[in-house]
Design a protein around this ligand. Structure first.
Ligand code: MN
Length: 431
């Protein structure tokens, strides 16, 4: 028999087998109950536990956070996580400890308070998940060597696949924050200007090369001051957690516009994120040393701690004619060349500040095998190798009515810390 101290922590809440949300995870989101009166309909912060959501606004009101840095304003009675994030790491740690205690099978306080328990614990099927953050700034990196190499080979040939700067810093661009949407919000095919290689002039119309990008998004908790770079050793003070992120991309628009200033309308029409923000603390057991970096990065990009993350990621596609989704890619995040601490150090290295709720994407996650690629562009090798789906349909780009889902999880011993999913269906262009 295992000693109590090293058994896997358990909760008194029913946990479905293979749940993404055991007590080891406790991800934060913003939800609105579908039942109840007007008061119950206001958005508030919750944590996922099994197939349920725990209402933190109500727990705060009931005094469960009164002896912590969370006392005072009810930061959970808000329609976004920003106020909670802005309180900083001491508050995140206090909240997580309190919740892990309340939900553990050795704590009777909430379990045996039938009235509060019934009011505060919702089935996830009884709530609507909302956009969890007010995102002020969005940056997208390009940190997978395999992805950068694949794209480089397709556009410039094998001899110039990686640009000369790529091995010296995590490359990125400033993206668009206003068009970030939560899972479940449909995505409209963008209109835009493109020019076929053999055409004399560009045309304006619906994108014909709509693609996804499989990424993780890093959520900034503690902001920084303008003019003060975040040293890489301080990254964990500013990184609150991670979400799944789909960086929708219109390849035809992107290809025609991206030189000389980089991605613009081929990217800014939509970015989808998952509703649950998995805390960095929940990912601690899954931190690993990333791939070796050669040449050695400059001093401001060198880190002592292991900042790689062992997260398994998957892409699922379902067309309007398919009865169920089909997995079209599976790849591990642990092979990413640049890690999320290096990204934050680089992003702020010139003095640029970050704010609570800011998000940066890691860039498309691709591995070395042909089925471990995080975009349609790579899976179909620029349209030359169409995907064949069950039922016989083929794809080299997403079609109207297609539903694309990203999933991710870390596998622990006897439990799994999952990200849930980010899903969206493609709507026809507005015309
Ligand atoms: Mn991207």
């Amino acid at each position: 028999m295992k000693a109590v101290s090293d058994r896997v922590a358990q909760t008194w809440v029913d946990l479905p087998a293979e749940s993404d949300f055991p007590i080891q995870n406790l991800p934060y989101g913003v939800f609105r109950p579908r039942r109840g009166g007007m008061a119950a309909a206001s958005p508030r912060v919750g944590v996922a536990i099994g197939a349920h959501v725990l209402d933190l606004a109500l727990l705060h009101q009931a005094g469960y956070f009164s002896d912590s840095p969370l006392a005072g304003d009810n930061v959970f009675a808000r329609g976004e996580l920003n106020a909670f994030l802005g309180l900083g790491r001491p508050a995140w740690t206090a909240a997580r400890a309190r919740l892990a205690d309340l939900l553990s099978d050795s704590c009777l306080s909430l379990r045996d308070n039938a009235i509060l328990r019934r009011a505060a614990l919702y089935k996830q099927s009884d709530v609507e998940m909302l956009m969890p953050l007010r995102v002020g700034g969005f940056v997208d990196f390009y940190a997978s060597r395999e992805h950068a190499t694949n794209v480089g080979i397709m556009f410039r040939g094998p001899d110039n696949a990686l640009m000369p700067n790529w091995l010296h810093m995590p490359i990125a661009y400033n993206g668009r924050a206003s068009s970030i949407v939560v899972s479940g919000v449909d995505v409209r095919r963008p209109m835009g200007q493109s020019k076929a290689d053999d055409a004399a002039a560009p045309v304006f119309g619906p994108s014909r090369m709509l693609d996804f990008e499989l990424e993780l998004g890093v959520v900034i908790g503690g902001g920084s001051d303008l003019g003060r770079p975040i040293p890489i050793s301080q990254a964990a003070e500013h990184i609150f957690g991670l979400v799944l992120l789909n960086d929708w991309s219109a390849r035809d628009i992107q290809k025609w516009e991206y030189q000389p200033l980089g991605p613009f309308l081929g990217k800014s029409f939509a970015t989808s994120i998952s509703p649950w923000v998995v805390p960095l603390d929940a990912l601690a057991p899954f931190r690993v040393t990333g791939p070796g970096q050669d040449p050695q990065p400059l001093p401001y990009l060198r880190c002592e701690e292991p900042w790689g993350l062992d997260v398994g990621l998957e892409v699922w596609l379902q067309t309007a004619r398919m009865a169920r989704p089909e997995r079209i890619s599976a790849v591990s995040f642990r092979g990413m060349y640049w890690n999320i601490a290096q990204m934050l150090a680089h992003l702020t290295s010139n003095g640029c500040n970050v704010c609570p709720g800011d998000v940066y994407g890691t860039g498309t996650v691709s591995g070395s095998s042909e089925d471990a690629r995080g975009s349609m562009l790579e899976l179909c090798w620029k349209g030359t190798r169409p995907l064949t789906l069950p039922g016989g349909e083929t794809r080299t780009a997403l079609q109207d009515g297609d539903t694309l889902t990203l999933r991710g999880a870390c596998q622990g011993e006897g439990y799994r810390v999952g990200f849930g999913e980010v899903r969206a269906t493609i709507l026809p262009a507005a015309g």
